[in-house]
Design a protein around this ligand. Structure first.
Ligand code: EPZ
Length: 430
């Protein structure tokens, strides 16, 4: 088991490049199997979730050629197996995107039902409702979703909750359904738009992505394309908060500043200076930060994937802040870990009440999930003394070269895998 060991206290200073968006890439890689021609995808993040999905895609018979760490070629003409193994869905929920992709292309897909996960119960009823509306018969058999159709046909679908996954999954299947589909109350996240742009570049006919009504005219076939994935707004936001919490000055490059507006607005509210360039954002935190309230919402609201990072930053801000989580019920698991570092944070229902403290102190903490893990690293960077973050396997699911990027900004952080290495680090940093 690997850990991060961090000596806190250095303000982060410098420039950092942001990788491609993990959550866009997961859907785009799945959609790439929907043609028999070869697809080239660039700006892939080199993170665990992506590598597992590529294995799942190869496992069903598609050809996957990793050209370099951020480029892959996929050819779906050799797919011989329409059933995805549980091993993959267990490791990465988003392999359920293969359901929409296989159903659209072959009118048949079998994917194990994902279980709950550590950020809360995550039903997929809206995905299934969408597939049924498109004419598929959907059953749960022996723990797997079996979706089959003679023919898929367009439909008018009203989502009961705004769901990124359901919007994308339905969009994929509907791209190859006969006639017109309208998805109402669709998610508007940048990665929904990116997946629509990708499918359109393969010959799909999708309009309105980025608004809450998406219109799709089904086509019979999709074709080859070359596509570059958008930058990861959550990775970018994580570095922006790392700059804020450490009193630093960081320019995050290769971003789309428009996608970061909710994060930027909150940083400015708490006293940071944020400067936007064409494809970069500079965050400076020259003064003591102050309190704010924040509630997570679907895009363009404040993202749930940025909730732990702002909470950690507010733990060091002057005054009392309230952070409300409205998307996933179990996303405050890091609160007890943060308390162990001296934060004053109390969770009541779906809100965390945070009384800012003057300093955090290093401690041994455990990453409960991907974003909370990254937030605990931020806490470690801002804290006095040494912090050890256990279970960093979660962080590696979604952050490319996290420790190297932080080190390039002046952080003292190492990835270690034994108590001996932790001791060595402690001795070295004093
Ligand atoms: C995506 O998950 C992201 N994952 C999550 O990122 C992100 O937190 C989430 O969107 C919200 O932005 C990927 O893109 C792979 P949802 P997804 O369907 O699609 C409820 C990260 O850290 N719901 O938009 O699973 C659901 O319970 C991850 O990178 C239903 O009730 O999220 C939740 O309350 C974690 N029925 C809300 O909708 C459904 O059928 C939003 O979920 C589907 C969802």
């Amino acid at each position: 088991m690997e850990q991060y060991v961090i000596k806190g206290g250095n303000p982060l200073v410098g420039e950092v490049d942001i990788a491609g968006a993990k959550n866009a890439a997961l859907a785009i890689l799945s959609a790439a199997i929907m043609t028999d021609e070869t697809i080239l995808i660039e700006n892939l993040p080199d993170v665990r979730d992506i590598n597992v999905l590529l294995e799942a895609i190869a496992e069903i018979g598609a050809q996957v050629e990793r050209v370099d760490k951020s480029t892959v070629k996929i050819n779906g003409s050799t797919i011989g197996n329409l059933s995805v193994d549980y091993e993959f869905i267990k490791k990465i929920r988003a392999s359920y995107y293969l359901l929409g992709a296989l159903l659209g292309k072959y009118k048949h897909a079998e994917v194990p039902l994902p279980g709950g996960c550590n950020i809360g119960s995550r039903p997929i009823d809206q995905h299934l409702k969408g597939f049924r509306a498109l004419g598929a018969e959907v059953d749960i058999r022996h723990g797997a979703i079996v979706a089959k159709a003679e023919n898929l046909h367009g439909s008018h679908i009203f989502l009961d909750v705004v769901s990124v996954g359901a919007t994308i999954n339905i969009m994929m299947a509907a791209s190859m359904a006969a006639g017109r589909t309208i998805i109402e109350n669709a998610a508007r996240e940048p990665h929904v738009v990116d997946v629509a742009n990708f499918l359109n570049s393969m010959g799909a006919n999708i309009k309105g992505a980025g608004t809450d009504v998406i219109r799709i005219r089904g086509v019979e076939k999709l074709h080859r394309t070359e596509y570059s994935i958008i930058p990861d707004q959550i990775e970018a936001g994580t570095f922006m908060f790392a700059a804020a919490a450490t009193g630093g000055d960081v320019t995050v490059r290769n971003v789309i500043p428009k996608h970061l507006e909710a994060t930027t607005a909150k940083l400015e509210e708490i006293g940071c200076e944020v400067e936007e360039f064409d494809d970069a954002v500079r965050v400076r935190a020259p003064h003591k930060l102050h309190r704010t309230h924040v509630k997570t919402l679907p895009y363009p609201g404040y993202p749930t994937d940025m909730q732990p990072q702002i909470a950690v930053t507010l733990a060091l801000a002057e005054g009392t802040s309230i952070v409300t989580e409205s998307i996933f019920e179990n996303r405050f698991k890091y609160a007890d870990e943060l308390s162990r570092m001296g934060a004053n944070i109390k969770v009541e229902g779906n809100s965390a009440i945070i009384d800012g403290v003057k300093k955090l102190t290093g401690a041994r903490v455990s990453a409960p999930d991907l974003r909370a893990g990254a937030a605990l690293v931020i806490a470690g960077l801002a804290a006095e003394g040494v912090t050890v973050v256990d279970d960093i396997v979660y962080i590696q699911r979604g952050y490319e070269n996290f420790e190297e990027k932080l080190r390039s900004l002046g952080a003292e952080i190492e990835r270690v895998s034994s108590e001996k290495e932790i001791q060595k680090f402690r001795l070295r940093v004093g």
